[in-house]
Design a protein around this ligand. Structure first.
Ligand SMILES: [Zn+2]
Ligand SMILES: [Zn+2]
Length: 370
């Protein structure tokens, strides 16, 4: 393990003690492995605990709070989709992992940022991911054959996506109304079986409203907010769960051989999004507190305290395909193997299917006529 190269040497690469090739992180055993001689090096356990950071302390970022993601990483921005991705030599920029555009910009040294302090290392291998993507596409009805061929040639890319998580204690004061049901007897006019007009009665449900107010409190833990805009929120949602208790303290060794996306959602915006997620739970608490059969919520005022956050990296394999002027992404959660993606439909295959269906129907009609 040569990662301990002193801070005076700028290059921070993991080279094989056997053949001095670059080591890459191996998802199978969580070691650094040499792709050439097969040597495997354990990543030393980090002495650091994962620190929750104080949100307030990081709102006005000071230079000493900013670091490059690794000391030797380069970064490049895709002109196609705007994603900024860092990677370490000997990796090259190549194609954008998110939109499959050729990267034309020159890679530069990474800009300092609010560096991650925790990471979920890759667990699904490239090979497993490629199989999962092919299997997923092949099981889609009416997927164009050309796309399947493309997916077979193009290789999926391993990328760490940025996320924020927030913890907070909330105190919410509310006003609203509590609704209770009661029944009233109501008379109405009807006709009996021989057509005579008669008066009947029936029970009608009504709601009595009384004003209500009070206070609810809650501890929120690890509210997860994606800090990427390169993958749709619905898709990221569907890739859940990430099992945050498995987080490891961040070490650059986990990035060896992979790319990492720079956060696109800043810390402050991330917390605003977290607030709107928290608001759902708080409103449920308020409704529970009001009680009764129905509730009306007029106002909730929430104070947040003890706000802390983490910046974490979570691993995905992405297959991005440019097909008929559109980009299709298929993603694999590289912790669980969950596959999610969008896919085009083949007009020809659907037309063919409808024609066959019509022929079968005609045949059935013909046979039933006989
Ligand atoms: Zn080697
Ligand atoms: Zn791109």
């Amino acid at each position: 393990m040569t990662s301990s190269s002193s801070s005076t040497t700028k290059v921070h690469r993991y080279s094989c003690p056997g053949c001095s090739a670059d080591l890459v992180f191996e998802p199978r055993d969580g070691h650094l492995a040499c792709p050439y001689c097969g040597r495997s090096e354990e990543i030393p356990a980090s002495a650091d605990q994962i620190q929750e950071r104080s949100y307030e302390a990081y709102l006005e970022l000071k230079p000493e709070q900013l670091n490059p993601i690794t000391s030797d990483a380069l970064e490049v921005q895709c002109t196609g989709c705007g994603a900024t991705v860092s990677f370490s030599p000997p990796e090259v920029a190549g194609e954008c992992a998110f939109c499959a555009a050729k990267i034309v910009a020159q890679p530069q040294a990474t800009h300092p940022m609010l560096a991650p302090e925790s990471v979920l290392p890759f667990r699904v291998t490239h090979h497993q991911a490629a199989d999962a993507i092919k299997g997923w596409l092949a099981s889609r009805w009416f997927a164009p054959s050309a796309l399947l061929r493309l997916a077979r040639q193009e290789s999926a890319k391993g990328v760490y996506l940025p996320f924020w998580t927030f913890d907070a204690y909330t105190v919410s004061h509310y006003t609203g109304e509590r609704g209770e049901y009661y029944w009233e007897t109501e008379s109405y006019v009807d006709r009996d079986s021989s057509g005579n007009v008669i008066t009947r009665t029936r029970q009608v449900r009504r709601t009595r409203w009384r004003s209500a107010s009070g206070k609810v409190t809650r501890w929120f833990d690890d509210v997860l907010i994606p800090a990427t805009r390169s993958v749709s929120p619905e898709r990221l949602d569907a890739l859940n769960p990430w099992n945050l208790p498995d987080l490891k303290p961040y070490q650059p060794a986990y990035l060896a051989g992979y790319r990492a996306q720079r956060y696109q959602v800043e810390l402050r915006e991330g917390f605003e999004k977290a607030k709107s997620l928290m608001a759902h739970s708080i409103e449920e608490d308020v409704r529970g507190d009001i009680g009764g059969d129905e509730q009306r919520v007029h106002q909730i005022r929430t104070a947040y305290s003890a706000i802390t956050f983490k910046h974490l990296l979570a691993p995905v394999w992405i297959g991005a395909y440019r097909f008929r002027e559109r980009v299709y992404q298929v993603l694999v959660n590289a912790r669980t193997g969950e596959v999610q993606g969008d896919r085009p439909y083949s007009g020809w295959k659907i037309t063919g299917f409808v024609i066959v269906l019509l022929l079968v129907l005609l045949l059935l009609l013909y046979l039933s006529d006989q």
